[in-house]
Design a protein around this ligand. Sequence first.
Ligand SMILES: [Zn+2]
Length: 157
Amino acid sequence: MLNRIEEWIDLTNERFSSQRKICTLFARQFAGFYSEEFLADSYFVIVDSIPKPDFPELREAGLGDFLDMEIQGITYKNTYYILPTFAQDLRLHFHELVHVAQWKTLGAPGFLQRYIAEVQSVGYKDAPLEKLAYAFDHHFSQGGQKVDVPSYVENKI
Ligand SMILES: [Zn+2]
C-alpha cells in the first residue's frame, strides 16, 4: 500500500508542478530556521481543495477520519498544499516545512509508515510527527530563538 501512496504522491506533485512556488520566498522571514538551500528545494501549491489519496485500504486501516478531516495544509515530500485563505499564513508555511524536513530525514516510505502508524495508534492531534510541527510553528509565532529546524529534525527524530 505504501508504494501505491508514494506513486499517487509523485503523480500529484507532478500534476501541480507548474503551479508550485518556491519557498525561498520566505528566506528572510525564516532566516535562522530554514537555510536558503533547504528552502530552494521546498515548494508550495495553493489549491482550492487539499489533495488526499482516498484509497479504500486507508479507510480499512482506520484512517477514514483523517481522510475526511478538514485540513489547512498537507505535505507530500518536498511540496506542500495549502488553501487560498492560508496563503499568507507564515505560521502554516512554517509548520508544513517541518514536515518537509521530516520527509527528507525519514525518506518517503519511512515517513508514510510512521505517520500512518502514529495516526492509527494515537490519532492526528497526538501523533508525534504532528506534535513536533505544532511545537515548532508555535515557537516561531512567539518569536522564539532561532534553531535550524532540518538539523533538529535530523538529530531528534
Ligand atoms: Zn502537520
